[in-house]
Design a protein around this ligand. Structure first.
Ligand SMILES: [Fe+2]
Length: 388
């Protein structure tokens, strides 16, 4: 039986080496003046921003450049960026970078369209609705994690409240996502590892979620296989083009997965802990994934067994694999790519464990209801302690 499902993902996905050259062709469909959002000035120094500005100019699209965004984008930086873009007459937002730049671009597009601070849209039942007023977004990804180019999600950190919610609506999908693996070649091994693990976490969570669909399952299965086959290789040698290309594709597949299947409790916890610690998303996920899998797998054993099969890139029947096989494959991968620091080494204090669990309940509740095992507050605290 095919289960009942809803699937929606409107992103025009442009994939391939050299596709950055098409940025102008796509941008002119949606605006006359773009604000290019990056996290810091690295891409200005490397010449990538100048290159993009020239590509846009050649198609008649003016642009300005806004680099004042942290690795975990702050609400204040998004508001300021939108203000700058409005003053310069921008009508299009381009995120150039990893998930942080693209998430910040989405946030700025919301603020520009609605003329309200981004935090108004973030938490609670009275959060403002994100509507069709949102400015058009183009995502140009330079990492292979987060999947943000293919999702509606934008993760925003508020340093005052120490919260890190994920927000989004049908209007925060990028109009166009350019995935050019050439832009990822210079990614350092540590970032390749942490973003690559984020891709795996997205695939596992969207695959085992209540909202999983047959369409996203196909993509998640393939993404897990590609991570199993290529992530170690690309962490070892960042210039391995075949592996870069495969991980870029896996990331987009996993992004499509979480745009519909959404995430489960591991991501809920990673957001809450990240809001308290500012830790690196992929590393926090790596500390918790074996524990969240062990917690959730009994509620959905067939799918969790198949994770071992996919990571080994084998075919067969789920009953040929044990649940512990799947956890062992994930643990081996974490070790081989150099992640695996426990949460206590990522800035989480023991006194904040309960606070971290409460954060998930307060603003990442969807990750609990979407998890096949629906953890209680005590379950969340137990998972954090195991990963501590
Ligand atoms: Fe993620």
């Amino acid at each position: 039986m095919i289960k009942d499902f809803m699937y929606y993902n409107p992103v025009k996905l442009v994939f391939g080496e050299g596709k950055l050259e098409e940025a102008g062709k796509w941008a002119k469909e949606y605006g006359k003046k773009a604000v290019i959002v990056t996290t810091g000035t690295l891409f200005k120094e490397s010449g990538l921003v100048d290159r993009l500005q020239k590509i846009l100019k050649d198609s008649g699209v003016d642009s300005i450049y806004y680099p004042d965004v942290d690795a975990n984008p702050l609400n204040t930086q998004i508001d300021k960026g939108a203000e700058t873009a409005r003053a310069k007459g921008c009508d299009l937002v381009i995120g150039l970078g990893g998930g942080s730049a693209i998430d910040a671009a989405k946030g700025m597009a919301i603020v520009l369209g609605h003329k309200r601070p981004i935090w108004d849209f973030c938490i609670g039942a009275d959060a403002a609705a994100i509507t069709v007023k949102t400015y058009p977004i183009i995502a140009i990804t330079t990492t292979s994690g987060t999947g943000s180019e293919c999702t509606q999600w934008s993760v925003i950190t508020n340093p005052d409240t120490e919260e890190k919610p994920g927000i989004g609506s049908d209007y925060t999908f990028a109009k166009v996502a350019i995935v050019d693996p050439e832009l990822m070649v210079s990614m350092p091994p540590k970032i390749t590892a942490s973003t690559g693990f984020d891709t795996l976490a997205h695939s596992i969570e969207a695959y085992t979620a209540d909202l999983a669909t047959p369409i996203t399952d196909m993509g998640c299965e393939q993404a897990i296989r590609l991570v199993g086959r290529y992530l170690r290789r690309v962490v070892k040698n960042g210039e391995d083009r075949e592996a870069r290309n495969a991980m870029a594709y896996a990331n987009s597949l996993a992004g499509i997965g979480i745009s519909v299947g959404i995430v489960t409790v591991c991501h809920g916890l990673a957001h809450s802990i990240g809001g308290l610690t500012g830790s690196t998303h992929g590393e926090t996920l790596a500390a918790m994934t074996p524990h969240t899998m062990r917690f959730s797998m009994k509620a959905f054993p067939d799918k969790f067994r198949k994770i071992a099969m996919f990571l080994r890139d084998e075919c067969g029947l789920p009953e040929n694999y044990s649940l512990e096989d799947s956890i062992k494959e994930v643990e081996d991968l974490i070790r081989d790519i150099g992640l695996g620091a426990p949460l206590s080494q990522q800035g989480l204090k023991e006194k904040d464990i309960e606070r971290a669990a409460d954060g998930v309940i307060r603003y990442m509740g969807g990750s609990i209801t979407n998890d096949p095992a629906t953890p209680s507050r005590e379950d969340l605290i137990g998972i954090i302690r195991k990963a501590f």
